[in-house]
Design a protein around this ligand. Structure first.
Ligand code: GAP
Length: 430
């Protein structure tokens, strides 16, 4: 984890937020390469969940919502972590992270009894800071989907089974953020609420199983090593009171197996709560069958940052002479780096610039003419660039270039006019 955190900072993936002021716990900034990785992760999710399907539509709902939403959803009453304080060193811990009577930090037996602590960030809307103006930063994106359920199915003309997807920021005042971007206070979620008929019950169960498998397969398709990924079904007493089934997709992090994504069968709980809270009828009316019902919902929910962490950890390899990120090409921040073999031969530099510009409309590129070619390969391997293209003396006469593969280090000559289609084919094959 330390190596990945150091690489992420050194190469411009991820930095602590406001670091020049000593940072702030639980918030992170994405640098030039990190922002590309994050966009690619979102894009890979959106493509497979929304764009390539005909049963899912997307939304982008507001972070600030009526506080009534959080009353109805149960977050005001139940979104608590139990915490304990140490009376000696004043540190605060999540109760489930403390095993004995002693403080994990200072070792004194001076811990308080567990107390509950609401994890929602509270703020005020408008000029008055009083009870009437209280609002919360959303702790999950899902509730915006539930409150808009009716508007979406009517305007998009959908009927169950269908889903509504959203990617956006969420905020939780975690007591112990940590493990780099694994647990933050400001983070991003990619959530799908997939609405199905509540009866027969097997239908919901079938869709739940479908989404567990689909989400598991998604990580494998994007290159995650299968021995580091597992599905863990919750036992009955672990389930939230409204949940009929929950399975976590877990990853073998450096600190142990932990949740990467959760898939929950939430039954009709959320829509029922909002019907009760708002007094509005949110049921679905099927014009064909004349049936009217509140759909049940299956929810795969994944943190963008947590996914980025897993893709980085899983891709990371230290070989004898280099460090490589074996990122799936779809996720790699830069797809192709172009080098002129030497800097002091203007024709070569010019041709390299032309080659790089020619690739830009097709894929994300980089140009590097500093140091020797070995160093340039090293720099690109370390950030996961799948292909490096070198323009050399022969390129001037033959109009071709050397293309080198990140993982195998194999090199082939490719003619410049075929380069865009060659690159596209190579990246698509992965
Ligand atoms: N709507 C359901 C929901 O929010 P969750 O298990 O609390 O469920 C879903 O969160 C996913 O969001 C988690 O599996 C994780 O990937 C991500 N996540 C949750 N809390 C996080 C945090 N503090 N920092 C980073 N990611 C977080």
């Amino acid at each position: 984890m330390d190596e990945i955190t150091a690489l992420a900072k050194r190469r411009g993936f991820i930095f602590p937020s406001s670091e020049i002021y000593g940072g702030i716990s639980g918030a992170w900034d994405y640098g030039p390469l990190g922002v590309e990785l994050k966009r690619n992760v979102r894009e890979a999710w959106w493509r497979d969940i929304v764009a390539l399907r005909d049963d899912v539509v997307g939304v982008e709902t507001a972070i600030l919502m009526s506080p009534e939403v959080w009353r109805a959803s149960g977050h005001l009453e139940h979104f608590f972590d139990l915490m304990v304080d140490c009376r000696s060193c004043k540190k605060r811990f999540r109760a489930d992270q403390v095993t004995g009577p002693r403080c994990p930090a200072c070792g004194n037996p001076t811990l308080t009894e567990p107390r509950s602590f609401n994890m929602m960030f509270k703020t005020y809307i408008g000029a008055m800071e009083d009870a009437t103006s209280v609002a919360y930063l959303r702790p999950e994106t899902a509730q915006g989907i539930f409150t808009d359920f009716k508007l979406v199915y009517q305007t998009a003309r959908r009927k169950p089974p269908f889903g509504i997807a959203q990617i956006g920021k969420a905020f939780r005042n975690e007591i112990t953020p940590g493990n780099f971007i694994f647990r933050s206070r400001e983070f991003e979620q990619m959530e799908l609420e997939y609405f199905v008929r509540p009866q027969p019950r097997e239908e919901g169960r079938r869709w739940f199983d479908y989404w567990v498998e689909e989400r598991y397969a998604w990580f494998l398709r994007l290159g995650i090593q299968s021995e580091r990924l597992r599905r863990r079904a919750y036992s009955g007493d672990e389930l939230a009171h409204y949940s009929q089934a929950t399975t976590d997709i877990e990853y073998d992090f450096p600190f142990g197996w932990a949740e990467l994504e959760g898939i929950a069968h939430r039954g009709t709980f959320d829509l029922e709560q909002h019907v009760r809270g708002s007094g509005k009828d949110l049921s679905f009316f099927d014009e064909e069958t004349k049936e009217k019902y509140l759909p049940a919902v299956i929810e795969p929910s994944l943190g963008v940052d947590r996914a980025c962490l897993v893709f980085l950890l899983d891709a990371y390899e230290r070989e004898a002479d280099r460090t490589v990120l074996h990122l799936h090409p779809r996720l790699a921040p830069i797809k192709v780096a172009v080098f002129p073999l030497v800097r002091n031969k203007p024709e070569i530099v010019e041709l390299a610039v032309t080659v790089e510009r020619g690739l830009r409309p097709h894929v994300r590129t980089a140009f590097d003419d500093s140091g020797n070619v070995g160093k340039r390969y090293y720099r690109q391997d370390e950030v996961g660039t799948p292909l490096c293209v070198t323009v050399d003396y022969d390129s001037l006469t033959n109009q071709d270039v050397t293309v080198r593969d990140r993982d195998t280090k194999q090199q082939v000559r490719v003619s410049i006019d075929r380069l865009p289609s060659y690159v596209r084919d190579r990246l698509d094959q992965a």
